[in-house]
Design a protein around this ligand. Structure first.
Ligand SMILES: NC(=O)c1ccc[n+]([C@@H]2O[C@H](COP(=O)([O-])OP(=O)(O)OC[C@H]3O[C@@H](n4cnc5c(N)ncnc54)[C@H](O)[C@@H]3O)[C@@H](O)[C@H]2O)c1
Length: 433
């Protein structure tokens, strides 16, 4: 069993830590935020992610949290799991990665620095040169990108579709691969540049599918087809597959928006205009705003109207609000003069723009509202088209931004209903003054 040091106690760092500990490794996690380290050291989770707290509890004796970088001395592997947010230009900000390299204490033996943060192609070569310059040529380097999705992070780590390891030295690659010996998954071994590109390209492929189906949805709306049926019909084609074909109000989160920009910028910096990705990003931006058109079609001006946003995290089963479509939607509604209320089972409404009123329950949010918008498809919202909720609303209109509800059942329950890419019943549209 190995001793693993981890830089960064965020989603990826903590999930990696508890999963490696579950596999039997000794783990020490270093972060720079004292409150985070204190919380984790006392068994408190700083974010909402299924199964992580249980794994942390079960493996407490094999996981330590620290602020002191010297505590990673003696680890055979040093995983970099720090954030790589976008800069103003859209390029990935690697300042935290470089801080990790700069702060490495004196290390003996042959520890391997393993990059799990998502970084532009070429980063590994630069970090390798940086390590050599610092006299750390005895430190190995590998790229081991992470593909976990928030909400299913532990399952994704323990049962991955594949594990990717890119290294400059095949012994380093063997050593990193051996950490995953107990996990049954295909292992893709490559050079460092290709490993970095696999992560960016995988995200770009998933985003492309989302923007593709969203554009199909928009054409369905214009032509009277139902995108849910269309997605079913095309998804059964084995060459296409059914995943990431759910039309909605666009993607958000800590990865897709920044990684798409980073790949687009990486291409531009190399003199190539990545046209498909540019369109994917633009379609996604427009998609978040389409809800406004749906609301005005029903309500006319939104000035003074009350709109309830149901679910605000960027996707269900997480409290992550980074780049959540709800933020764009709330800003647009406030700009249109609407009164906005928001409910979410775990995410913090204070992360929405100023002026949004937090509601403790779905009923609170929709009472007296002119419209309810399903922004995030939390399972709790499956029963939202109830008699009680209809009576509580001033105007029983549901805009289903995630196609969570059955349109016919919702209309039969007395609601006007608008999905994404689904036929509109003429009786639904009642423009008010
Ligand atoms: N969140 C995801 O779903 C996901 C999935 C795959 C890959 N990734 C990638 O993994 C990386 C981390 O993502 P995240 O969501 O875990 O980020 P995060 O923001 O949740 O966590 C990053 C952590 O790193 C800490 N940190 C910053 N500088 C540090 C330093 N010098 N030493 C130690 N800790 C430091 C921060 O305080 C923070 O706690 C990013 O590159 C991201 O793109 C994220």
């Amino acid at each position: 069993m190995a001793r693993v040091g981890i830089f960064g106690a965020g989603w990826v760092g903590v999930c990696t830590a508890v999963c490696f500990a579950e596999l039997g490794h000794e783990v020490v996690v270093r972060d720079v935020v004292p409150e985070k380290v204190d919380a984790l050291a006392s068994g408190q989770m700083p974010f909402h992610e299924a199964d992580v707290a249980e794994l942390l509890e079960r493996n407490r004796e094999r996981i330590a949290f620290t602020l002191d970088v010297n505590d990673i001395v003696g680890c055979e592997f040093l995983f970099v799991c720090v954030d790589t947010p976008p800069t103003y230009s859209g390029d990935a900000d690697l300042s935290r990665v470089w801080t990790v390299v700069d702060e490495l204490p004196e290390l003996s033996g042959h520890p391997i620095l393993v990059m799990k943060s998502t970084v532009p192609v070429g980063t590994g070569e630069k970090v390798r040169a940086g390590l050599d310059q610092r006299g750390l040529d005895h430190v190995g380097y590998a790229s081991n990108p992470e593909f976990l999705a928030e909400g299913t992070a532990v399952r994704d780590f323990m049962q991955p579709d594949r594990i990717v390891v890119g290294a400059f030295d095949s012994d380093d690659a063997d050593a990193v691969a051996s950490l995953y010996d107990k996990i049954d998954a295909p292992m893709v071994r490559s050079d460092v540049n290709s490993a970095e590109m696999i992560k960016l390209a995988a995200n770009a492929a998933l985003m492309t599918r989302i923007s593709f189906i969203n554009e199909i949805a928009n054409v369905c709306e214009a032509t009277g087809a139902d995108v849910v049926k269309v997605a079913e019909g095309i998804g059964l084609d084995k060459r296409i597959g059914s995943r990431f074909l759910s039309a909605g109000i666009g993607f958000g989160g800590s990865c897709f928006p920044k990684d798409s920009l980073a790949l687009k910028q990486l291409a531009s910096n190399s003199g190539y205009h990545f046209q498909v990705l540019a369109a994917v990003i633009e379609v996604n931006e427009l998609q978040k705003r389409r809800v406004i058109g749906k609301l005005t079609r029903h309500l006319g001006s939104l000035q003074g109207k009350t709109v309830a946003l149901l679910g605000i995290s960027y996707k269900p089963n997480t409290d992550d609000m980074r780049e959540a479509p709800s933020i764009v939607l709330a800003s647009r509604l406030i700009a249109e003069g609407a009164h906005v209320r928001a409910w979410d089972p775990v995410a913090d409404v204070a992360k929405l723009p100023r002026g949004v009123e937090a509601s403790a329950t779905v009923l609170d949010a929709i009472s007296g509202a002119d419209a309810a918008v399903i922004v995030t498809e939390w399972a709790e919202l499956a029963g939202v088209a109830s008699d009680e909720n209809r009576k509580a609303m001033r105007n029983p209109l549901i805009v289903d931004g995630r196609n969570l509800l059955d349109p016919d059942a919702t209309r039969s329950a007395g609601f006007a209903y608008e999905g994404i890419g689904r036929p509109t019943a003429p009786a639904d549209v009642r423009v008010e003054a």
